[in-house]
Design a protein around this ligand. Structure first.
Ligand code: SD4
Length: 323
């Protein structure tokens, strides 16, 4: 697929999702809901991932297939320009992509970091899990592995044009540097009560080449424990990875907190010690073994998507009240 085509998809998807975001109700999970697949995903575009994952489950595919299908869709659409090859380029003008996937029942995991030119990093991460004896591959090695496994790549000349445009814009003092970032993180409790998760991002716009964020780091951007629950992060990765945030959220759920309480406690815990306090820019989502879900954000209204009882919606939490 050409990167121009990816970009067009991205713009169309973003426009339609902005509408659903504007009306997102503030909501918490309903503990009386019927059992069945439950999903939660970051940002309004997460709803597309939830719906695609539900379709995959309906077609008889596994929970892990559902996670991969949901995230692949967002990688193709480019979300709001921050997932997949339509995502934000690094300081040298190329998108370097991060992704990981975790399989609760087998405790399997696969991850790629700083990978260039591969359309579906989530599939590369899954291949690392399924077809190698490793958990994480980075940079050139991740790209080589993905190509060896026949994964889709792009016309490099497309990327060169994008790079030139990016570098020219960065050098132009009149143009504000493009920053920003988002991540698709999708968590699922399937009908068998097993947990799965995955995430994918182009990471922080304008990042240094070689910078890897929290998203592909197990226990930072994503953690799945089939006994307890799953948690995912979005926001500035540097503010997440130092605290092993998603591992800690899962451990707090193990101690009896609800997903929402655990996400909020993690924001407070980081804000209490981090020099940035509540200006951290981190958001968390979590889902437990009972199908309860919740989220918290440090410094912003955080919209996210939920799928349960056969329907999906975009909801939101406000920034946690500061202590
Ligand atoms: C990163 N955590 O690379 C990702 C970016 C993100 O909302 O999630 N932004 O730092």
């Amino acid at each position: 697929m050409s990167s121009a085509k990816l970009l067009l998809f991205a713009l169309a998807a973003h426009a339609s999702l902005l509408a659903s975001c504007a009306s997102a109700p503030m909501i918490e999970s309903d503990p009386s809901r019927p059992q069945g697949p439950v999903m939660i995903a970051t940002w309004p575009f997460g709803r597309l991932a939830v719906d695609a994952a539900a379709e995959s489950l309906d077609a008889g595919e596994s929970g892990l297939d559902g996670i991969e299908a949901g995230i692949r869709l967002i990688e193709s659409l480019g979300s709001d320009g921050s997932v997949g090859l339509a995502g934000r380029p690094n300081a040298a003008g190329y998108p370097q992509l991060d992704a990981c996937i975790m399989d609760g029942p087998s405790r399997g995991a696969g991850s790629v970091g700083g990978m260039e030119g591969i359309v579906h990093p989530i599939t590369a991460a899954r291949r690392v899990m399924d077809s190698s004896r490793h958990v994480m591959l980075v940079g050139e090695g991740a790209r080589w592995f993905a190509l060896e496994h026949g994964l889709e790549t792009v016309d490099v000349s497309d990327l060169d044009a994008k790079k030139t445009a990016w570098v020219e814009r960065e050098r132009d003092p009149e143009e504000p540097a493009e920053k920003g970032h988002d991540t698709i993180t999708l968590l699922m409790l399937d009908g068998n009560g097993d947990l799965y998760g995955g995430c994918s991002t182009s990471g922080a716009g304008g990042k240094l080449p070689g910078r890897v964020g929290d998203s592909p780091i197990l226990g930072a951007g994503l953690f799945v424990d089939n006994e307890v629950g799953a948690a995912g992060a979005t926001g500035v990765g540097e503010n997440v990875m130092r605290y092993s945030a998603t591992t800690v959220i899962v451990e707090m759920m193990r101690q009896g907190m609800t997903p929402k309480e655990a996400c909020e406690a993690m924001v407070h815990r980081i804000a209490a010690v981090d020099p940035l306090g509540y200006e951290l820019d981190v958001c968390f989502i979590a889902l437990d073994k009972q199908g309860r879900w919740g989220a918290a954000a440090s410094n912003q209204r955080f919209p996210f998507a939920v799928g349960e009882a056969g329907r999906s919606q975009v909801v939101h939490v406000d920034a946690v009240p500061r202590r």
